[in-house]
Design a protein around this ligand. Structure first.
Ligand code: PHE
Length: 343
């Protein structure tokens, strides 16, 4: 452990010296100090796996490292400011009437940003982030989710196979199984990521899109927990006045299942020609339900003791609704001239 901390410290010092500008500063901060993914923050997660008598000293070491990282970051920031000031003073301006130099800097893709916004809401509710692979086994994508071979639900999601038993996942639901096998209840996770379907591109479909899966498993979890959670979520994302509507539906991996609509955040159902809800006043944003006992079992969890709910939310769709846009395809063409307006 000592060595690991020591070499991380050296790395931090080395990279701090290399900071030259604002972008480097941000990169450094993100890499080492970001609360979610920073290398230092990740060390805190190791604490529970250590011998109890090691924990507090290890924790103190990490805190010390964090302080060092923060100090170096501040110093680098001061240094850059100083350099900038002196270069402004020493620079001779040949022709002050010339147009300035335009700097182009990147920004987060609007769909990724929507996913982050969704993640933030659940992180605040105490969920963890779980991940699964884009190339998934047939078992996790279908079988374990109670979609046996020749089940009609497969047809809808017939997809891109790499091999007979390996495919591009068609939803984020396989991460439910992975999370259950990895964790013990109480489980509260969300799993954001890419999914793939054999869909013709049209204004609301692309063969690759994003979902955020949610899964909660514990003793005594019931449908009202699902409703309450999705209600809080929808109000946080679309505004306090948002209403949520559950319609009975079917998914092989949940029972009972529901499709969930939110009241149209654009017209509130008042505009019969609303482009977003088509005048119905409601927009479907996710599928959800109580985790099927067979799915709990596939995850190694005893359905006699535990119950759970799950949901799967379309990120692209959420983005379109929030920004009142009509065609998702532009966002995947990745033309900078177009994307620039969403900074
Ligand atoms: N996986 C489903 C889909 O992609 C959504 C879903 C997730 C439904 C979890 C119920 C529970 O359409």
């Amino acid at each position: 452990m000592g060595n690991e901390l020591e070499s991380l410290k050296e790395k931090i010092e080395r990279e701090a010296q290399g900071i030259k500008n604002q972008a480097d500063l941000l990169k450094f901060k993100e890499k080492f100090l970001s609360r979610k993914k920073g290398e230092i923050s990740l060390l805190f997660k190791k604490i529970p796996s250590l011998d109890p008598e090691m924990r507090s000293s290890f924790g103190m070491e990490i805190n010390r490292l964090k302080k060092i990282g923060e100090k170096l970051l501040n110093e680098a920031e001061e240094r850059i400011k100083g350099e900038k000031r002196s270069s402004i003073i020493s620079e001779r301006i040949p022709d002050p009437t010339l147009p300035g130099k335009k700097k182009i800097h990147g920004s987060i893709h609007p769909i990724a940003r929507t996913s982050y916004e969704i993640e933030e809401i659940f992180l605040r509710m105490g969920y963890d982030i779980e991940e699964g692979p884009d190339v998934e086994t047939e078992f996790f994508n279908f079988e374990a989710l109670n979609i046996p071979k020749y089940h009609p639900a497969r047809e809808q999601q017939d997809t891109f196979y790499i091999r007979e038993d390996l495919l591009l996942r068609t939803h984020t639901s396989p991460v439910q199984i992975r999370a259950m096998r990895k964790r013990k209840p109480p489980i509260r996770v969300i799993a954001p990521g890419r999914v793939f379907r054999r869909d013709e591109p049209d204004p609301t479909h692309t063969p690759m899109f994003y979902q955020v899966e949610g899964l909660v498993v514990d003793k005594g979890i019931n449908f009202s927990h699902l409703k309450g959670t999705l209600e809080i979520f929808s109000k946080s994302l679309f505004g306090k006045l948002t209403k949520v509507r559950f319609r009975p539906s079917y998914f092989p991996f949940t029972e009972p299942s529901a499709e969930v609509d939110i009241s149209c955040p654009i017209c509130g159902g008042k505009n019969p020609n609303c482009r977003i809800c088509g005048g119905t006043g409601w927009i479907e944003i996710l599928g959800a339900g109580m985790v099927h006992p067979k799915v709990l079992m596939a995850g190694g969890i005893d359905p006699e003791i535990y119950s759970g709910f799950a949901f799967g939310l379309g990120v692209d769709r959420t983005f379109l609704i929030k920004s009142q846009l009509l065609d998702i395809r532009y966002y995947y063409e990745n033309r900078v001239e177009f994307l620039e307006q969403f900074r």
